[in-house]
Design a protein around this ligand. Structure first.
Ligand SMILES: Cc1cc2nc3c(=O)[nH]c(=O)nc-3n(C[C@H](O)[C@H](O)[C@H](O)COP(=O)(O)OP(=O)(O)OC[C@H]3O[C@@H](n4cnc5c(N)ncnc54)[C@H](O)[C@@H]3O)c2cc1C
Length: 417
């Protein structure tokens, strides 16, 4: 008889874990408190697959930059005041990681995770179809100031040393790369290996494929607790019933922290809230995806239009929409892409999502020391969409007690215990 696995969370991490676990022959059930069409962090993000992101969030200069930005209510970064105790403890750990040694220690695993995941996206796309438009044209980091361009050129140099393709361009070179978009910038870096896709369509295609392959889904079913016995781990749901299985995967995004706590693990995790808006009838439709460097805004052509996203508001998860920061995003766009004017964003619905942020910028992937039948797969911060497939593959290997394709000791969920 196949071993039974219950996966909590139908975001990109839970769905990819289900995909690879099913391929290995596990009998898989996925639970989510949301309904299938509801939003989570995986549905409204910027849709970028980013081998270019081999530098963790916890890096030198981030603390100073964050403190400077906090004083500007329209800036792309915020830190919730007053902070909760967990937020203060998280920040202390973040500060301890924000140094050059940590960046050096993390860049190889982040690069390997990202490049492996990009490759897996290619086979996933072959298997489940192209309904979500997986576009392999790269990402361009646009810079308005010389200092930013010099900094990004340094990252491009390191990228090339690590085997991630990148080239520096002036404005003329950028316009040749993508004649479909008018730019007002000094120059930028083209990261060749990055890709983009439409995340909502990807989630739908994955669910359809998983259902076809016999994965069971229980939407509208929140997990409220666990009952651990020698024979099984029982997941207790909001309806009061229990689901027993041999193994459990916690892929609940930022809320994984509360689930892990119930199993005796204090997982440092904060929500990094971000916003996005979809312009359905854009004046121009870029062919590549872009990051507007100084404004920290992402621009991605998608099936339904062009999506603009940004901000990182660190704190406990909440549903507040900060209008100052939305105008900060909207007003910065024409400075880089002058054909897009603030009037085109008026009254657009604003999506928000909580990035599950670990303090060292590395995901949590591995077994819980206190109960080796429980696997954690979360904490992917700004890279969850990119790292979905590789995380799913690693989770399936962990469930199978097999050797993992990549070394995962740096991702140990017990590393702060
Ligand atoms: C503005 C913005 C732009 C981004 N752009 C990118 C990008 O371009 N590329 C990239 O790689 N990443 C990007 N990200 C990050 C990415 O979206 C996240 O890292 C990723 O979606 C996290 O996926 P997840 O599956 O861990 O969590 P989620 O998508 O949040 O899914 C978790 C699921 O678990 C469920 N859940 C939680 N607790 C319970 C419970 N107790 N019981 C039942 N269900 C539960 C939730 O309902 C939810 O559906 C962006 C994020 C933001 C905010």
């Amino acid at each position: 008889m196949s071993k039974q696995v219950t996966i909590i969370g139908a975001g990109i991490i839970g769905l990819c874990s289900a995909y690879y676990a099913r391929q290995k022959g596990f009998d898989v059930t996925v639970l989510d408190r949301n309904n299938e069409s509801d939003d989570n962090c995986s549905s409204g993000n910027a849709g970028m697959i980013v081998p270019s992101h081999f530098i963790p969030l916890a890096a030198p200069g981030m603390v100073g930059m964050g403190l400077k930005m906090m004083t500007n209510p329209r800036s792309p970064f915020a830190f919730h005041i007053p902070p909760s105790i967990d937020q203060m403890l998280w920040s202390w750990k973040f500060m301890r990681s924000a140094n050059a040694a940590h960046v050096k220690a993390s860049e190889h695993i982040l690069k390997d995770l990202n490049l492996t995941s990009r490759k897996l996206y290619e086979s996933l796309t072959e298997d489940i179809g192209v309904g979500y438009q997986f576009v392999k044209k790269g990402l361009v980091m646009l810079c308005k100031q010389q200092a930013s361009l010099d900094h990004e050129a340094g990252i491009a140099k390191r990228a090339n040393e690590l085997g991630v393709g990148a080239s520096v361009h002036d404005l003329k070179g950028l316009q040749q790369l993508d004649p479909a978009i008018t730019l007002d910038v000094l120059g930028g870096v083209h990261f060749h290996d990055d890709c983009h896709l439409s995340p909502r369509e990807l989630l739908t295609a994955l669910v359809n494929k998983l259902e076809e392959d016999g994965v069971h889904f229980l939407y509208g079913t929140g997990v409220t607790g666990f009952n651990q016995t020698q024979e099984s781990v029982e997941v207790i749901t909001s309806d009061g019933f229990g689901i027993k299985s041999d193994q459990v995967v916690i892929a609940g995004g930022v809320e994984s922290r509360d689930l892990a706590k119930q199993l005796g693990l204090k997982l440092p995790m904060m929500a990094g809230k971000g916003y996005s808006m979809m312009v359905k009838d854009p004046v121009e439709r870029p062919e590549l995806c872009y990051l507007l460097n100084e404004a920290r805004v992402a621009v991605t052509p998608m099936q339904q239009g062009v999506r603009f996203g940004g901000t990182m508001e660190l704190g406990e998860p909440n549903h507040d929409i900060n209008r100052n920061r939305i105008s900060g995003i909207v007003d910065s766009i024409p400075q880089f892409m002058p054909k897009f004017q603030p009037s085109q964003f008026k009254d657009l619905p604003v999506w928000h999502g909580w990035r599950p942020c670990s303090p060292d910028g590395l995901p949590y992937i591995g077994k819980l020391k206190k109960d080796m039948r429980v696997v954690l797969a979360t904490g992917h911060s700004m890279m969850g969409l990119s790292l979905g497939p590789v995380t799913g593959m690693l989770v399936s290997e962990i469930l199978d007690n097999a050797a993992t394709t990549l070394p995962i000791h740096q991702l140990d969920p017990n590393r702060y215990a």
